[in-house]
Design a protein around this ligand. Sequence first.
Ligand code: AGP
Length: 622
Amino acid sequence: MCGIVGYTGEKEASPVLLEGLKRLEYRGYDSAGLAVRNGAGLTEVVKATGKLSHLADKTDQGKALPGKCGIGHTRWATHGEPSQVNAHPHVSGNCSGSASGPVESEVVGVHNGIIENYAELKEKLLRHGYRFYSDTDTEVVVKLIDYYYHKYKIGPVDALTRMMVRVRGSYALAVMFRDYPGEIYAARKDSPLVIGVTEQDAYLASDVPALLKYTRQVYYMENLLAARVVPGQVTFYDLNGDEKELPLTEITWDAEAAEKGGYEHFMLKEIHEQPEAVRSTLASMIQDGRVHLAETGLTEDVLRDVSQLEIVACGSAWHVGMEAQYVLEDLAGIPVRVDLASEFRYRKMPMDERSMVIVISQSGETADSLAALREAKSRGIKTLAIVNVIGSTIAREADYTLYTLAGPEIAVATTKAYSAQLAALDVLAVELARIRGKISPEQAAEYLTELQGLPEKMARILEEKERIQWFSSKISNAHDIFFIGRGLDYAISLEGSLKMKEISYIHSEAYAAGELKHGTISLIENGTLVIGVLTQQELYEKTVSNMVECKARGAYLMGVTTHGNYNVEDSVNFTIYIPKTDPHFVGSLAVIPLQLLAYYTSVARGLDVDKPRNLAKSVTVE
Ligand code: AGP
């Protein structure tokens, strides 16, 4: 989704802004732009469609845009097609908006989010003489701020807070006012915004990697706050215009954690970081052979009292929920429902007041997951967030927060955050099982030891990646791929299929193996690739039979199974073996060959692995 950056201080702003936007490229974008205030007090805007390098070329790497205060934006189109005129920054003046150059406008702004009532506001502004050059909701907001600023003859903060009570939707906004040189004003609701301050400068951005080169001390801006950002200082204001203190957070992870570190793509690097991501997450939850959840706020009494779990999430995080459902129900004997966050909020199913809603999210900013969290809270249901990004909105708003320690994940296709989430839920399942008396403390300790053995087994699978690379080049021209499995293997198939389709653009579907014959098997024809996940021993033969049924109709078969099941080769054309572990936790291992398969297929097809078309890392719109 859109990325915003801002800088004011002693340095030239444009190179800092371009560098910051580069760090936010992973969020996905179709156009980009800068607005920089030059020494003569004029603001100059430059926009370009396509890659950030087009904007860099257009501004001679920023040199053609002098000035020490500016804002920048990468746009992921929501309202209006990707085009130069719709690209940000947007201005309050009645102009064509597409041309680059100095602008006469009072207010210039960039925005990440969606303004839901923009049409109604646009009508109002049209009646007051404003003219619009773009199709964007952002132009409406910028003009609304300008309207309040002039109508009430108030300062920038008051103009922003008036705008904030009038608009519905989500926004992280950075704006500059002609009358306030060297100052950037910001506002936030439901879209992330971090601000970093050093002695001489101040930076703002949608995400930490854009600031890390300059500072490790950041403020995570809270919802419904405005801010005045000047060199060396930031002041936050609530909707009444009263100053508000925010805690300063030290970023402890390294800038290199957000770099490729010698790997060709972030995704490959992050696939290889999975053993460490899982190890760190487990280490934060298990101490001296026992589960420690003190930092989450969860107590044994809270967990004992829970009558049922409702897991809500999107995409891969939803797949983690699907997988954890089997483990939680089997180990802890607790009823679990798993819902897509985008559906959960519109279902009015009855929920026991002793239920707990678990929201899983890497970014902690996914709009649908956030809305589901708020829906649960509004119904008085306890909420637990399992989140990777520290200080994110979901993490802050949940009653209890469990952080996964995967580190920054840049590739759009999640890998290490997925694995860390799964490990966290496995530990939670063991703890719930112990607290609820379903397993003894000794059995719990054994399960925890088994989990702690996973990182080393994951590393072993990664050592054998060449075979998968070879197979990927063989199947890279496939038109359709079906991933099938039963029980927990079905949940693993869901993730394998999503990974494949999102980065290789090959049509793929995950099916519960037993369901194939109820319709989908009609799609199997000569050469269709069917990938069977075969890790659950008691379901193994049934799924192999379903695969053989496909083979009889021309399918080419690949299997993922545990070492020992070597007779699978009698039926299947290509097999990947994974180390043995407790069947509850095998998903952490089986997913790795499927991630690698998707990765190498995408590379073989020459695609943009880390930034697949139409996708964004953090989906902050509904
Ligand atoms: C997975 O590879 C995706 N890119 C996507 O499905 C993602 O898992 C989903 O958008 C949820 O994101 P979140 O974990 O940040 O909430």
